[in-house]
Each structure stands twice: as C-alpha cells, then as structure tokens.
Ligand binder design. Structure first.
Ligand code: NAD
Length: 480
C-alpha cells in the first residue's frame, strides 16, 4: 500500500513542540503518511500575506487534500483576515466534528459517563462576516442560513452517527425566536432524519440545550448545530470532559479535510517543553481514520489511553509533577500495541476514503419551481430627533394613495401606529409598505417609492423586499 501525502503546518507558539511530538508517535506507529511541511501563521502575516497563507502553501493544500495543522497565533490589530475562516471557506470545509469524552478516573471530570460528538456547521450563520453600521446608533450582523448548507452538515451528522454506531442525533436551534433562519435548519433536520429511520432524533432549544450539555452531557450522543451555537457547545463539551487541552477536531469538506487541536498557541507556556500534545494527537487520530487507516488510528488512541491509565501526563493533566511534551509522546509510542484496562478501548471501523476527484451526489432538494411573488417592502430610514407619529405621517403623505404604510418598528418594536405604550427609539426605523391595490408589484414601483421618500427629505438606508414563496410569507411578521 502506498503512503498518503499529507500537508503539515507546525504553527506558532507551542505548535512546533506538539507537532514534533505527534509526528514522533505517528512515525513509531508506522502510519503510512508522507508529510510535507508548509509555512503559515504569524511570520507569513508579518511578511504581508493578509490571511497568513502564502501561495505555495495553497498549492500543497489543494494537492494533498489532507491537512494536519498546529495552532496559529492570530495577530492583533486590523487588516488581517482570520486564517482559520479563510481555510474553511476556501477549501469548503463545511462540517466541524469534535468528539468529547471523559477519561474518568484518570482525568478529573464531574461527568464520568459523557461521550458525545458535536457536529458544527462551519461556513454560514453569523460567521459570514457580513456586518454593517447602518446609522450612527445601529449596527447589524447578517445571519445567513441556506438549505444546501444546512442539508450537507446535517447529512454529515447522520452519516457520522451511522458509520460510528451512534444511536441518537440531537439538533439544537433557537427556532422559537428565529423562525425563518433557525426554522430552516430545524426543518431540514426533520427532512433528512426520515432517511435514517434507525437513528433516534430530538430537537432542543439552544438555551436549555446548552444548559443540558453542561449539566448532563451523558444524555447526548451526536449533536448537530448551526455555526455559532456549535462553536459554544463544542467548547463547553471539551471543557467539562477534562479540559480544552485534550480535544481534537476535524473540518470536513467534499474534497479537503483539516485536522487540529481545539486549543490555541498557548504563548504563556511556549518554549517550556510542557505543552500537552493530546489535542493534536486526537486530530491526527481522526485524520488517520479519514484517510482509511483505522487500525493505526486505533493503535495510537488505545496506546494514549494506556499512557493515561499508567499515570503519565504533562503538567496540565498530571496528578504529580508531570513529564515533558516529548517524554509524553515517547510514553505513548512505547505503549503502541497495548490496550487500556479500565477505559473502554476504541474500535474504529474501516471507512471508504473518498477519491480526490469525488463529486458529491446532488442530494439537495433545490426548490427550483417555487413561485416567488413580490408583495411589499421594508424601507429602513435613518432619522434622529423625530417622533414615530411624525415619521409615519410624513411617509404616508410622501407615498400617496398607491401605498399603505402597514407599520413602523424601531429595534423590532411597533412604534407606529402606536397601539400601547410609547417605545424606546433609536435613529433606525423599519417602515413596512404594501401596495393598496391589487396590481402586481414590481421593483420599479419600489424604486419610485424610494424616490418620493427621498424627495420628502427622508434618508432611506436599506431596502428589504418582501416575497411570498408559494403563497407563504418569506419574512417575519412585525411584532405586536
Ligand atoms: P489557548 O488555547 O492558546 O490557551 C488557553 C490556556 O490553555 C493557556 O493557559 C494555555 O497555556 C493552556 N493550554 C492551551 N493548550 C495547551 C496545551 N496543549 N497544553 C497545556 N496547556 C495548554 O488560548 P488563548 O491564550 O486564548 O490564545 C492564544 C493564541 O492562539 C491567540 O493568538 C489565539 O487567536 C490563537 N488560537 C488559535 C487557534 C487555532 O489555530 N486553531 C485556536 C484558538 C486560539
């Protein structure tokens, strides 16, 4: 069997120390990989690459399709792009998988029975970086959830459960509040779940869902979440299992995959030779599974368990003084072929590695024949020092008989027509118009509305068209 080329980055801070330790264990385990090194991170940021990744690094990443990455130091100050976000979006790494289990009684935890896997959507949601300051007083971040993006991460979570003999998948959203965005993620979850009848499913609202993960993690098996909730859930799970120094993660796309520790470059302990290489080692174990080397992954993982059981650990997890990073790696390598006595050994099944030219099946239920009908418009206006009543009357006078001003809200609360107590207001007003007659509404009608609003001296800053999809409103109702 040939060796699999992999791209390796030693990273910053403790990165080189833990990467050296992990490569030592892989070499001693005779893992059939051919590592090639790329330089990314702090020095490349300082050399002028705004995302910390030079062109030649991309060439290696694209060619091997498999990336083992040590942590990177994110430079302070503006002008830099997040290296991790750039890699995820450029290589299409849509699913982030983080297993968190307890190693009781060898690593202290309040949850000896926990063994859960967080599958986090990795590209969308509030992480698209679409933000605007719209008025002197108000900024917005766009939360973007797509049907194809949701479908492929949710499908990945179910496939992961099936391949790893997991029994239940829990979806966590806030769809009682964000009925359209989180509602879509939840709806796609229910649709995909039907294709996996042997797997139990449930849905929890994010506030109680994350409280449950923190309080009784043993209830969960596989958990799938949109990006932001997934980010938070995976750190909670890692922390309560014994600490962020232990967990590794995979970032999976159709053609590429990246494996890493979940912690950062730990500048406070850099150069001391005491960093724990376990998180990156777990990333490497997931990588070996991914490239179709489950036996080597299993041997390393069980040797690591045995090392813990024998009481060997770096200072962050040791009962006593602890050993150095490299001594810990040598201790793991010395135990290759041994199995733990108390912790249940892991068993990895053979998984088919997708070829580099793999084209995913077109599974998305693309709603091509949906009838989209323009029914109204939200015109956002910047105005300070004005009463809602005055703004409403000015807009109605400007718009004329062809339009009906249904409502004006400020920060989502109804300001006009005033139906109860006067609401607290800022300089950012959302003004919802519907046409008065039955004629078909066009973008031209909206342009003319904006012209008359502007001519009346009102400063419109943004427009959201209101559409019905197959007769169902594709926008939230104004709050009462
Ligand atoms: P950090 O995870 O580096 O450190 C937090 C604490 O945990 C520190 O006390 C550190 O000593 C300890 N720690 C972390 N890893 C350890 C290990 N393997 N062994 C023993 N102790 C360990 O978080 P931070 O200090 O917030 O971030 C430092 C830098 O890392 C920042 O520049 C940050 O942006 C970056 N970072 C990078 C990644 C990544 O590349 N994936 C992830 C997180 C943070």
């Amino acid at each position: 069997m040939g060796r699999t080329p992999i791209t390796v980055a030693y990273g910053d801070g403790i990165g080189p120390e833990i990467m050296e330790a992990v490569l030592h264990v892989m070499e001693r385990a005779e893992a059939p990989v051919d590592p090639e090194t790329i330089q990314i991170g702090k020095e490349q940021f300082e050399a002028g690459w705004t995302s910390g990744i030079p062109d030649e690094a991309w060439e290696s990443l694209r060619r091997t399709g498999v990336f083992l990455k040590a942590p990177i130091t994110t430079p302070q100050g503006g002008g830099y792009k997040s290296l991790n976000v750039t890699i995820r979006t450029t290589l299409g790494l849509y699913a982030n998988i983080r297993p968190s289990m307890s190693y009781h009684p060898f690593i202290s935890t309040k949850h000896p029975d926990m063994d859960l896997v967080v599958v986090r959507e990795n590209e969308e949601d509030l992480y698209t970086g679409i933000e605007h300051r719209q008025t002197p007083e108000v900024v917005q971040s766009v939360k973007l959830i797509s049907r194809p993006g949701s479908e492929r991460v949710i499908r990945h979570a179910f496939d992961y459960a099936r391949e790893n003999d997991r029994k239940k998948v829990t979806c966590i959203t806030k769809d009682n509040i964000m009925k359209l965005s989180d509602g879509l993620f939840h709806q796609v979850f229910e649709e995909v779940a039907e294709e996996y009848p042997e797997i139990e499913t449930e849905h929890q609202i994010v506030d109680i869902g994350l409280a449950n993960i923190a309080d009784r993690p043993q209830h969960f098996d596989v958990v799938v979440l949109p990006n932001l909730y997934g980010d938070i859930a995976s750190d909670i799970a890692a922390q309560i299992s014994g600490g962020v120094g232990l967990a590794g993660s995979s970032n999976i796309g159709d053609q590429h995959a990246m494996f890493e520790a979940i912690h950062g470059s730990a500048p406070d302990i850099t150069g001391k030779g005491i960093a724990n290489p376990s998180g990156l080692l777990h990333g490497a174990v997931q990588m070996l599974q991914h490239i179709g080397e489950p036996e080597t992954a299993e041997r390393i993982h069980n040797a690591w368990f045995k090392t813990l059981e024998d009481g060997v650990g770096t200072p962050d997890i040791a009962q006593g003084e602890g050993v150095s990073t490299m001594d810990f790696a040598r201790a793991v390598a010395d135990r290759l072929g041994q199995e733990p006595g108390q912790i249940e050994p892991v068993r990895y099944a053979k998984q088919e590695r997708k070829s580099k030219n793999y084209v995913p099946p077109q599974v998305f239920d693309r709603p091509n024949d949906v009838k989209r009908e323009l029914t109204g418009v939200d015109v956002h206006v910047c105005a300070d020092d004005i009463e809602a009543e005055d703004l409403g009357q000015q807009l109605e006078a400007a718009a004329g008989a062809g339009w009906s001003l249904s409502v004006i809200t400020n920060r989502g609360a109804n300001a006009y027509p005033q139906s109860g107590d006067k609401v607290f207001t800022t300089d950012h007003w959302r003004c919802r118009f519907y046409p008065s007659g039955d004629d078909v509404l066009t973008n031209g009608d909206i342009r003319r509305l904006l012209e008359v609003v502007e001519a009346a001296g009102l400063d419109w800053i943004k427009v959201d068209n209101l559409y019905d999809f197959d007769g169902i409103p594709g926008y939230s109702e104004a709050k009462k």
